[in-house]
Design a protein around this ligand. Structure first.
Ligand SMILES: C[S@@+](CC[C@H](N)C(=O)[O-])C[C@H]1O[C@@H](n2cnc3c(N)ncnc32)[C@H](O)[C@@H]1O
Length: 284
């Protein structure tokens, strides 16, 4: 699937309004989880806007299809954020449970979908009995986990025999940006990736699932392609977050952002964001 944010389908032009928020969030998110948790409302605004991006709804629906849970079956969405996937699974008749360690995320989820089941917990200690769910889903979560193997061990514990797991997320080391200064771009992308706990979690999904004993492991990559000026705040946010680490100078940051602005003005900006989607089955 290719997603071009420059010419989104009619009716979703507002989908790029989230870019300034995304930029601020990128600047805020660091390995220090306390800092990340200081801005849950900013993250919620970002996630809402990301959910409206062209192709986002289809990708979520595809993840539900990969889970393979139908009416009456049970699924847990780990790191559920503001709870949209839990609500969408419930619309399919699934007994869906949303889990997130953020009290604010769970409060917002409960406010939006009062009928749904939301619980405060970490991926490492799910409030679920052994073999009690048919599906486990985690969307844009594993890059936040310092111990992904431990989280997958917990997934194995709660999934019943033949249960399905689906992991989605971007690989922070694989943000593709055309630039007049490719070496500087590489420095910015990699330094920004290193601000997350698991920058390469997405490319590791397959091996992590295999190492945890899952069967039938599959991986797909769905790439969003962005060529318009609306993503300039995102690119500036990347560079500014890295500037704060000292990995690039103020002058390098300004020059790099100016290049991207010139590209946007002349229709030469190019950003590709691959989203990894892995699925597997718990041993029968
Ligand atoms: C980028 S958000 C994604 C939210 C949601 N899955 C979505 O796609 O909109 C990451 C979420 O992971 C949660 N999270 C962070 N650390 C976690 C942990 N150790 N266990 C479970 N969830 C965690 C955060 O609170 C946040 O809601």
């Amino acid at each position: 699937m290719l997603i071009d944010a420059r010419s989104p389908p009619t009716g979703i032009l507002c989908s790029l309004d989230f870019m300034p928020t995304l930029s601020r969030s990128l600047a805020l998110m660091t390995k220090d989880t306390e800092q990340t948790r200081q801005s849950p409302d900013s993250l919620i605004t970002l996630l809402d806007a990301a959910d409206r991006l062209p192709g986002a709804g289809e990708l979520r629906a595809h993840s539900y299809d990969l889970l393979g849970v139908g009416p009456g079956r049970t699924a847990v969405d780990v790191g559920c954020g503001a709870g949209r996937a839990v609500a969408e699974l419930a619309e399919r008749g699934v007994k869906a449970i949303g889990v997130d360690p953020s009290e604010r995320m769970i409060a917002v989820s409960r406010g939006r979908w009062p009928e749904a089941d939301f619980r405060i917990a970490e991926a490492y200690e799910l409030p679920l009995a052994d073999a009690s769910v048919d599906g486990y889903r985690a969307d844009k979560v594993f890059h936040e986990l310092a111990e992904p193997e431990r989280a997958l061990g917990e997934a194995r514990r709660v999934l019943g025999s033949g249960g399905r797991i689906v992991l989605l997320g971007q690989d922070w080391d694989t943000i593709v940006i055309d630039s007049d200064e490719p070496d500087l771009t590489r420095t910015i992308v990699h330094a920004r990736a290193d601000l997350t706990a698991g920058p390469r979690a997405a490319r590791q999904y397959r091996n992590l699932l295999l190492d945890t004993g899952f069967d039938d492991v599959t991986v797909e990559v769905h790439t969003g392609v962005f060529t318009g000026p609306a993503v300039l705040p995102l690119l500036a946010g990347l560079a500014q977050a890295v500037r704060l680490t000292g990995a690039v100078t103020n002058e390098q940051t300004d020059t790099w952002i100016a290049d991207q602005r010139t590209r946007a003005e002349s229709d030469r900006l190019f950003l590709a964001l691959p989203m990894f989607v892995a699925a597997a089955t718990a041993p029968r």
